[in-house]
Design a protein around this ligand. Structure first.
Ligand SMILES: [Zn+2]
Length: 224
């Protein structure tokens, strides 16, 4: 993962159009398409395993030790009830240094998880984005379908508007955007900046951009 986002990689055309269409009914369609996209979890797992392998091959960041696997189980929530077995077990890669006196843990950045949140990271992004884009009854229906409590979505909103914007990651990363990201409509404004409405790979690009915040044991500048 790199924080270097080529400016030409961010769509500048259509920004104003997207902002104006904040209450456009079309908005909920792209979010729901992504949320229902059964290929996304597998795609994200592949990306995570590639990144994990690079972390492992790089060895210990603190000494010359080798890294050994210490993967741990996660049960991410937020898959559509009708499409997925809920609370499916998945593994998050993690490694520890094999040198006595070091033994430092290395948890690779992830596009699947956002910190300690129990839901899939893309659900935290998309459902929180939808708060700004659709009517309360439709958001309610979406939450129900994914098994997400209203309080949980409120916590996500707090996290985006306070914890995220005050993070060391964002203090560096925000300068990469032109025009600047509208903090009041996070994470919808980030979705717009990455063009997530348009394609699945843009959602992946956004999750990769966010992935440094998913680990405390790999430095922010670590490059994939
Ligand atoms: Zn070490």
């Amino acid at each position: 993962m790199s924080l270097r986002i080529p400016r030409e990689g961010l769509p500048s055309r259509g920004f104003s159009l997207l902002r104006k269409s904040l209450k456009n009914p079309k908005r909920e369609n792209w979010c729901q398409c992504h949320l229902a996209d059964q290929q996304i979890p597998q795609l994200l797992e592949k990306v995570d395993s590639d990144v994990a392998e690079k972390v492992r091959q790089g060895g210990c960041l603190h000494c010359s030790g080798k890294l050994h696997s210490a993967k741990y189980r996660r049960k991410p929530r937020g898959q559509p009830k009708e499409d997925w077995e809920r609370d499916q077990e998945v593994y998050r890669a993690s490694f520890y240094c094999d040198q006595d006196g070091c033994r430092k843990r290395h948890t690779p950045p992830s596009v699947r998880f956002l910190g300690r949140k129990v839901y899939w990271g893309f659900v935290v992004v998309l459902v929180a984005a939808m708060q700004h884009g659709i009517t309360p009854p439709r958001l309610h229906a979406l939450r129900e379908g994914l098994g997400v409590a209203r309080r949980t979505v409120e916590h996500w909103r707090e996290w985006w508007l306070h914890t995220f914007v005050q993070s060391p990651f964002w203090s560096v990363a925000r300068a990469r955007f032109s025009p600047p990201i509208d903090l009041k409509t996070l994470p919808l404004s980030l979705c717009e900046a990455f063009g997530v409405e348009e394609r699945r790979d843009r959602l992946l690009a956004l999750l990769q951009f966010l992935s440094p915040i998913t680990t405390g044991s790999i430095p922010l500048g670590w490059s994939m």
